[in-house]
Design a protein around this ligand. Structure first.
Ligand code: NAP
Length: 291
């Protein structure tokens, strides 16, 4: 069996690669830029150059592939771009696509959830087998807050004391690797969460302990958060989509805890405390100024 991993230079795809290496499963990684993928190449991983925005580049990458993992960042044209990959996979005779989606797809009215459901539907009607992985907010998003924590010991959002069942991307990737390696996951959706929903104040306390420095969460009015992040150069469409999601979360839609990770991996979902310890060990320099 040959597996194709997209997003191999990214957060989740990179962790899927690690799991497939551990399991000694043969796979190929689709990358846009060979230089960015030099670490993968150094590990002896077979690379195929391709870009979802240039469908012609996908045909060679998909030759001989039976199962594929599909992921890309949120993007204004995400539905069209992921659909390009699905169409190319179907044409190449791929039998099964494991798609990285999002919790609330098809249920919440927010942009990211709507787009992911549209892509899921495109995959479901392709004739190929599918598995939708729907994670809640990733613990690894703490990287987005590292700069302000380093500068001022604080991070900012507008979700108040809402509880969210954050999930570790390494657990999500482990589930993806299981769905790629095994049968029995065809045409199923898995909602992937941590074992507990917690507030950003609780996260601040956990990170403060793990990093050995003060960390606090500052809640801002949504308009102030948007203005600050716009001034920081982030695109307005993206900020609006995030604010929609935060509004949904404030209504309690991000708190659900599911058993999919324990059921599939046979271990508990990673706790925020364990994640923070790991992140403090591997990324501590990101959270301190002058480093
Ligand atoms: N963050 C969260 O809390 C969260 C929660 C649930 C779901 N999600 C979903 O997770 C996805 C993002 O996953 P991630 O964090 O692993 O993303 P990521 O770290 O930004 O990685 C994205 C990968 O996609 C590749 N890529 C980008 N554009 C591409 C294109 N046109 N063609 C082919 N490959 C392309 C990138 O390659 P390059 O290295 O060349 O750029 C990179 O390897 C989004 O769809 C998001 O909705 C995120």
């Amino acid at each position: 069996m040959t597996i194709l991993i997209t997003g191999a230079t990214g957060n989740i795809g990179g962790e899927v690669v690690n799991h497939l290496i551990q399991q000694k499963l043969p796979f190929r990684a689709l990358v846009r830029d060979r230089h960015k993928a030099s670490q993968l190449e150094a590990q002896g991983i077979e690379l195929a150059l391709g870009d979802f925005s240039q469908p012609d580049t996908l045909d060679t990458a998909l030759q001989g592939i039976e199962k594929a993992f599909l992921v890309m960042p949120n993007h204004l044209h995400q539905v069209a771009l992921e659909s390009n990959f699905i169409d190319a996979a179907q044409k190449a005779g791929v039998r099964h696509v494991v798609k990285l989606s999002v919790m609330g797809a098809g249920e919440l009215p927010s942009t990211f959830q709507t787009w992911h459901r549209q892509i899921e539907e495109h995959l479901e009607t392709s004739g190929m087998n599918w598995t939708h992985l729907r994670p809640n907010m990733l613990m690894q998003n703490m990287r987005w807050f590292a700069q302000t924590i380093a500068q001022s010991g604080a991070f900012y959002n507008c979700v108040g004391n809402t509880k969210i069942s954050h999930v570790d991307a390494r657990d999500v990737a482990e589930v993806a690797a299981i769905c790629l390696a095994e049968t029995g996951h065809e045409n199923k959706s898995y909602v992937l969460t941590g074992g507990k929903a917690i507030t950003f104040d609780e996260i601040a306390a956990i990170f403060a302990k793990a990093l050995g420095r003060s960390v606090s969460y500052v809640d801002l009015p949504p308009a102030d958060l948007k203005a600050a992040r716009l001034a920081n150069g982030e695109p307005e469409w993206y900020l609006d989509a995030e604010l929609e999601l935060f509004t949904c979360w404030k209504q309690g839609t991000g708190t659900a805890v599911t058993q999919a990770i324990p059921d599939l991996t046979h271990h508990s979902a990673t706790t925020y405390e364990a994640f923070a310890q790991y992140y403090a060990q591997t990324r501590a320099q990101d959270f301190f100024s002058g480093s």
